[in-house]
Structures are given as C-alpha cells and as structure tokens.
Design a protein around this ligand. Sequence first.
Ligand code: G6P
Length: 614
Amino acid sequence: MCGIVGYIGNGNVYDVLIKGLHRLEYRGYDSAGVAMVSPEGKLKIYKARGKVENLEQYCKDKDLSGCVGIAHTRWATHGEPSDLNAHPHYSDDGRLALVHNGTIENYKVLKDALTQHGCKFHSETDTEVLVQLIEYIKVKNDCSLVDAVREALKQVVGAYAIAVLEKDNPDQIIAARKSSPLVIGIGEDEMFLASDATPFVEYTNEAVYLKDEEVAIIRRGEPLKIVSLENEESAIDVKTLEMGISQLEKGGYPHFMLKEIFEQPSTLLDCIRGRVVEGGRRIMLNGVQDNKEKFLGEKRIVIVACGTSWHAALLGKYLIQDMCRLPVEVEYASEFRYSNPVLDPSDLVIAISQSGETADTLAAIQIARGMGAFVYGISNVVGSSIPRATDSGTYIHVGPEIGVASTKAFTGQVMVLTMLAVSIAQLRGTMTSEQIAQIGSCILRIPRLVEDVLKLAPAIERLSLIYTYARNFLYLGRGYSYPVALEGALKLKEISYIHAEGYPAAEMKHGPIALIDAEMPSVIIAPDDHLYEKIVNNVQQVKARGGSIIAIVTEGDTVIRNIADHVLEVPRVPECLTPIITSIPLQLLSYYIAINKGKNVDMPRNLAKSVTVE
Ligand code: G6P
C-alpha cells in the first residue's frame, strides 16, 4: 500500500503535499517523492528513500515553487526501496510525472511491448510502465492527456489509484482509480486529491470519492469533471466530511478499537496485497526469497514476542510445524532473554512486535543475533527499532493501531505468519502446489469473509448484555483455536477488567473445571476442524457442570448448537485460517462488555501501547 496526494490552487503547493504525505505515512515509508510544475512550465521531481522527513531534508535547498503538484509515500512491491524506484515516475521525454498506489499485474507484457517501441525504463517498478504507456499513446494518437490516460488504463490489469501531471499543462491533474482508494477535496479556488481525506480535511469538508474505473479531470478555475474509461461523464456526488481531524481519525466510530475491529477487511487486504500472486498459487513475502539459504538451512525456529504478539507467535508455531515440518519453539521475550537460551547459527529466530519498540523483544533479538542466529522481524510500525535491529523481515501493513488492545494488528500478524509458513513450505517443498493454491486462494477471500463475520456485531452486542456482570470467564479451544482462546481472554481482561483465563480445552479437566458453575461462563472456540469431535466432549463436560456456554462454530453446525447456550456462526475456511475468522467475534464481545461497564476501551488503565521498559 502507498499513499498519494495532489494539489492545485494558490496555496503553498510543497507545504500542502508534505503535510499530506505525513498524514498518509502509515500507508508506507519506503520512500517519498514530490513532482511540481511551476507557472513557467518547469517540471521538478524530488525523491528520497525512507520516510517523508528524508525527503524534506533532501528538498531543503531546492527550488520549491509550483502551482500544481503530486506526491507519494511508497510501500515497495516491485523493486527494492531506493531513490530510483521512488515515485513520482516520469515518461522518457520528461513531459509527464505520475504517482501510483496499487499493482499492475500485466506490467511485464506492457513493458516488453513498450521496449520494442523504443521506450527506455529507468526503474524496476510496475508503475513506470503506466507513465510510459500514457506518453506513448499520447504521442501516437496526438491526443490530450485525459484521453491517453483513459486508453492506457483500458490496457491495464491490476489495481491503481494514480495522479498524472503534465509539464506543458500546469493547470491540471488527471487522476483515476480502480481497487485502490482515491478521494478528491473541493475547496475554494483549490482542489486536492489523496488516498484518504486526512491530507485535506483542514482545508475543505467537501469530498468526492472516485469510483472504480473513473477518471477525474482536475483543472484550475473549472469545476471537477469525472468521466468513465469510455469517456461518459459521471455525476459529481459531493459528500460533506462532518468531522474534524481528530474524529476523522476515528473514522466516525466512537472508539479507535471499534474502528480498528471494523477496518479488518481492508487492513487484511492491505496485508496481503502484492504478496499472494497468480490467483493464490504463489506467495511472495519480503526477505524470504533473498535469504533462501537461511530458510532452507535452519534446523529449528524460535519465535519471540510479548502480549498479543505472543499469541500470534503461538499460532505461528502451529502454522510452521504443520506446513514446513520444522520444530518451532515459542518464547515470551521477557523470559527468553534471561533464560540462558541455547542458540546457534543454524537457528532462525522470528521476532514479532506490532510497535517494533517493545524493550524485551528488542533485547531478545540482540541476544539471538549475538549467538549467531539469523533474526527475521514481523512488525507494523515502519522504521521502528525492531525492523532496524533484525537481519531481515516484513511488515504487516495494517496502518497505525491506536487502541491499546490490539485487534487488527493481531489478525495482520496471523495473516503474515500464514503467508510466511506457506513461503517457507514453498522453498522446502513440504506442500504440494495444489495445497498452496488452495490456501492461497482462500487467503484472497479472507477480507470478504471477515466482512461477513463483522455482521455478527449486533448479535454480539445483545449477547454482551447478558454477561456484562460476570466476574470470571473461561476461554477454551484446541489446536489452532487454543491461541485464539488465549487472545480472547486477554482482550476481555485488558479492557473490561474481568478476570478471564484461556485454556487448552482438554486441559480444563486438570484444574479449571473445578471453577465451573452457573456464575462462570465459558467461551468455546469450536470451528469444524480435525478436533471438532474432541471439543464437543469438552463442551458437554462444561454443560454437565451447569456452566453457560457461548460457542463460536462453523456455519451450519448442528451438534454444538444443541448443547451451547449461544452460538455465533462464522464462515467455513481451511483449518489454518480459522484463527483470523474466530478471533473477531471475541474482539467484539470484549468491546461491548467493556462499553456496557463504562470502561475506557481505547486507554485501559495501567496499560500502554508500546512497552519500552522491561
Ligand atoms: C503491550 C500492548 C499489547 C501488545 C504488547 C506487545 O502490552 O498493550 O497490545 O500486544 O505490548 O507489543 P508489541 O508492540 O511488541 O506487539
């Protein structure tokens, strides 16, 4: 995912663009760049690898005058993060500049054809193909920029939100979208465009959300015009942004936590974008192919993490063991660092941290590297300490998580671990191509299925009223559902301050079963997997002791439905993907119980989002 911004008006173009890039930085931090045209028709492009602040440094002594401009903050998919691969990209003749968010799937075919026509490429990106193609069509057909953009986009397969600037026409920006977001802000004598409204909300509250395959013609002194790829004019539907910046950041939700729960269809889409390719037949995760010998040579994997990330780590163990047939150990980073661990260079250590700043996880990484192990990091916050301290790694790309109780970061971590397990299995040959394709195609469907799971919210809100005043909860699961039980219990503890214990369902009979009575509800995670028959017995055992049961089951379930007091049905997915689907109803249950109790869900007492002390 990348962020794009554009501005045409009488304000300070460079300032508007840079401020906008900062707001969109959560979308990627690999590089940033701006392109501006001055009134006398000079096109200036400045780019820098890394965060937006690097670009600002680079631009300090540059000519920053301009009356129109576009800008970009990049999350690399095609081509490593570098100045060369940074956007904006420009056409061979230097007349056009373009920024892009998305991936062009048929870029290779287009690039080969353009090369045959004499085009010279300067970067490894899929994006450069777009700008070269537009320029090629413009010259060949001797047409306007908007017509060339329309024709070019008809040839493109993939996702795009683009903005194009023309040196010889400093009074316009042409923008278009398909599958990647783009919104236009309409101010007085000025217009903005951006990946979301945050870059312009302080200048205007009028916004037009571009639809798929629409092209916007944004001209100085003229009203916004939108046409289809076939050049049919669309009606302009202006929406009023009713919120100020702070509310907008909550996206209209009363709490960040609820917003982040409901964002999961799109955050999971961002997490898998560009990584699950060829319709699911291949998975490309940063740092795996380029460290092939490490992933092929390791004898054992050790995963270190804290809190919710540790629960994701435990799922990582199940996933990697299952798919890669490698032994995996999971350690609390705080325990690992003082446990006199035994590691050597044949071990691969995976460190997981949403914030990328957790002190214990950082210390565990240093110890592991000190012992010669190769450390692969999985983080959300780009440029944070953990990605910098590891040998290699990847990001979950779910955007800033502000609610202290982690929700979208957990599902992002589990998704990345699933993709990592499949990637390692691909290398090691421990899964057949059919098995990979089956999981890959289901990963692609997950964002859509999560939308269905979220429709349970009203039912869960009603259910929460029954259990708001319970003093203790038990969360039970087996196999892949055991870490989900741990995470469900943690969510409830964190924000409602109700004591909750997550337990492997079959272990319950060795202790916690003594606690069960009519006052102690059990949440049982029981999707239709290879342990289903076993967990049915555990459900019976709770029922026989008079405990009430809330069960998360696969849609169409008939057995547990007849035993449990309440069932929440989730869509059927392959077993390894059930945690993403079953954890979401538990997030909602905790949220609504905490709200019923009047708790501050975004800032629970005594907790912090980033724990930088031991
Ligand atoms: C804190 C947060 C948790 C998080 C844990 C680990 O306790 O409140 O939500 O899971 O730290 O944080 P990390 O950033 O390393 O994932």
